[in-house]
Design a protein around this ligand. Structure first.
Ligand code: ZN
Ligand code: ZN
Length: 344
């Protein structure tokens, strides 16, 4: 019974984490899920509670706030506390290599440093003073970005590849997306820090997962748990199988197994997102352009084309000039942040 309660709690927590990450990622799929979920809940939940939830969601996702920064640091703190408190200690006793055990801490330092830089760096906010400079950075493709368009909110001329962020209420040069986890837009001047942050976060989750798995495997091998036997509720003798072994480890080291499940899921999710971010960087696209380009392609599909009379608009990536040049643009942007600060 203990195992069942713990396992259900574990499963509910991991699922809640996944739902939260899906909602925060703001993909088409998650938006559809949220809409469908909201429709189902609208029949069950009283109206006053629905209004309160709507206000809460608006505050969380449509205003600048530090909720996800705090949540991020709490989750990271919990994983590292558990790692230090149990895994690190046990692994030292088992004489694991110290370099191997200290790697997650090294990644944590780089991660927190790049996280802070991503949060506090100006992403490339367009102002009256720098509007002209930005207008000359990128060419207009006249499909996705057309000349002489003004932002209806800021009343500034929109440079190619820029976008108005409705959360921060400003236009950003080479706008990628607004990230709730860093409470900032990701644009030309902080995308390099964001990529390092994402890379180190994925690597730290993966290394904690690898060390914890190595510890549990080492323990099973050392204590010959596979050769043990157990008696079930009906008094039958069984040789240790994988299911019973997982149950045994879960009950003996519940916090380690709980943390391991979380970091494994996180490693896969972050790894997938990191691959996508690297692909965008290597092909010189922003998330905003990829998203809009994806929709532009749908115009050719007879099932989704709503304006058959309209001219087919084919978006071509005119900004990609080879891998090295594309990466250089990310890590050495045309107007570095510190130079811009001096000019303003
Ligand atoms: Zn604007
Ligand atoms: Zn923003």
């Amino acid at each position: 019974m203990d195992f069942l309660v713990l396992f259900l709690f574990y499963l509910a927590s991991v699922l809640m984490g996944l739902v939260l990450i899906c909602i925060c990622s703001k993909t088409h799929c998650s938006k559809g899920l949220v809409r469908e979920g909201a429709q189902i809940f609208s029949y069950i939940i009283p109206e006053c509670l629905q209004r309160a939830m709507h206000r809460l969601l608006h505050y969380l996702f449509h205003t600048r706030n530090h909720t996800f920064i705090v949540l991020h640091l709490v989750l990271q703190g919990m994983v590292y506390t558990e790692y230090t408190w149990e895994v690190f200690g046990y692994c030292q006793e088992l004489e694991f290599s110290l370099y191997y055990l200290l790697l997650p801490y090294l990644l944590l330092i780089v991660n927190l440093f790049s996280f802070t830089l991503t949060c506090v760096t100006n992403p490339g906010i367009i102002t009256k003073a720098n509007e002209l400079l930005f207008l000359h950075v990128y060419e207009f493709d006249e499909v996705m970005f057309t000349k002489n368009v003004r932002c209806s909110t800021c009343d500034l001329r929109k440079p190619a590849r820029s976008k108005h962020c409705s959360v921060c209420n400003w236009c950003v040069h080479r706008f990628d997306h607004h990230c709730v986890w860093v409470n900032n837009c990701i644009g030309a001047w902080n995308i390099r820090y964001f990529l390092i942050y994402l890379l180190t976060l994925t690597a730290s989750a993966a290394t904690v997962a690898i060390v914890s798995t190595a510890f549990l495997v080492h323990l099973v091998v050392m204590s010959d748990l596979y050769q043990e036997t157990y008696i079930d509720d009906f008094g039958h003798l069984h040789i240790m199988d994988t299911v019973f072994l997982i149950q045994y480890l879960f009950l003996t080291f519940p916090r380690i197994v709980f943390m391991l499940g979380f970091v494994v899921v996180l490693s896969f999710l972050l790894g997938g997102y990191l691959c996508f971010a690297i692909y965008l960087a290597a092909t010189n696209q922003t998330t905003n352009e990829w998203h809009r380009g994806d929709r532009a392609c749908c115009w050719h599909c007879p099932l989704v084309a709503r304006r058959p009379s309209a001219e087919p608009q084919v978006h071509q990536n005119i900004h990609s000039h080879g891998l090295w040049s594309n990466l250089q643009e990310i890590f050495l942007p045309a107007f570095p942040y510190h130079e811009r600060k001096k000019q303003e």
